[in-house]
Write a protein that binds this ligand. Structure first.
Ligand code: ZN
Length: 324
């Protein structure tokens, strides 16, 4: 089976080989599936010297252009992503109009190494309205020899006017073998790999925090604590939250507990009320990372409340299932 990543790249190379490459590609799919990495490969194919005369080959990996790409210093490749806000120690909320204008200027110039230039705009759904307007103008007047690759986790959040001017290429989660290969290549230790693979569910980029040994051991302990949450030890759960909620990524905390509750969520509903309560508790836990980001209340308190509510709901659903 070929992955959607390979399908997109094959399609891209074929179009380039025919001299009919669309000037703007929109790679869309869930977060963590590797859209930006795929985008870099496409840009590398576009800039590789073996394709300069108009070929459609995969990047050779050996020419001057490929070496510059690998070193992250190709003068004709630009990566645009959310800026880092040093003061608040996090990424800015959106992609700004200045960033988009600078990118369009970059694409309008002739390349330094050849006539080609490529830009990768990561997280296009994060553009604010002004930025999206600026991009729209750029899409209407593409520069000669320019390639724009956009990645987007939620294509419905992009204006239809932008979507309609791009070539849409869906990127799906990886199958287990490809996901495992990707995690292993990133250096995921063998003892963490099975857990990482289960948690990633085909989106390796979501679990890269597990490369950090402290985070991996904390989350694997959390996995064990929430494995049979209905019977879970409340004292140990509380102690774990107090010790780890500050440094373990909130998305992964929620996802670990939810992955363990999934068999109960997917079981045939024993009782409508019990099932509703279970769904509601799971939904609240899934929404907790965002809730913790937005509100100033103590994330440990709200996490404990959500986990205990899920525990109660799992017990109730378990009782109903036993009665049925
Ligand atoms: Zn090359």
């Amino acid at each position: 089976m070929t992955s959607s990543h390979e399908e997109v790249r094959t399609r891209f190379l074929a179009a380039m080989g025919r001299g009919r490459l669309h000037h703007a590609w929109l790679l869309h799919g869930p977060s963590g599936v590797g859209k930006a990495e795929l985008g870099r490969h496409l840009a590398g194919d576009f800039l590789c010297e073996r394709n300069r005369g108009g070929g459609g080959e995969a990047a050779c990996g050996a020419c001057h252009a490929c070496r510059l790409m690998a070193a992250g210093s190709h003068p004709d490749f630009l990566l645009v992503e959310r800026a880092w806000d040093e003061k608040n120690k996090r990424h800015k909320r959106d992609l700004g109009v200045d960033q988009v204008r600078a990118m369009l200027d970059f694409l309008s110039l002739s390349g330094a190494e050849s006539e080609r230039r490529a830009a990768l705009l990561s997280g296009a759904e994060l553009m604010n309205a002004q930025a999206a307007n600026a991009l729209l103008k750029g899409l209407e007047e593409p520069g000669e020899g320019s390639l724009l690759i956009l990645t987007c986790a939620d294509v419905t959040r992009l204006p239809a006017t932008i979507r309609s001017r791009c070539l849409l290429a869906p990127v799906r989660p990886l199958d287990d073998a490809a996901c495992e290969a990707r995690l292993a290549a990133a250096g995921m230790p063998a003892d963490v790999l099975p857990f990482a693979l289960r948690l990633a569910a085909g989106r390796p980029g979501r679990v890269m925090a597990l490369l950090e040994p402290d985070i991996a051991s904390a989350l694997m302990e959390w996995d064990e604590l929430t494995r049979d949450l209905g019977r879970g030890d409340v004292g140990r759960i509380q102690a774990w939250i107090a010790a780890h909620v500050r440094h373990a990524p909130h998305e992964l905390i929620a996802e670990t507990a939810l992955a363990n509750a999934r068999p109960a969520l997917e079981a045939p509903p024993p009782d409508a009320a019990a099932m509703d309560a279970l769904m509601d508790a799971a939904w609240r836990l899934a929404a907790w990372p965002e809730e913790a980001r937005r509100r100033t209340l103590n994330p440990a308190t709200s996490l404990l409340a959500h986990v205990l509510a899920l525990r109660v709901a799992l017990r109730a659903a378990g009782r109903e299932a036993a009665r049925a």
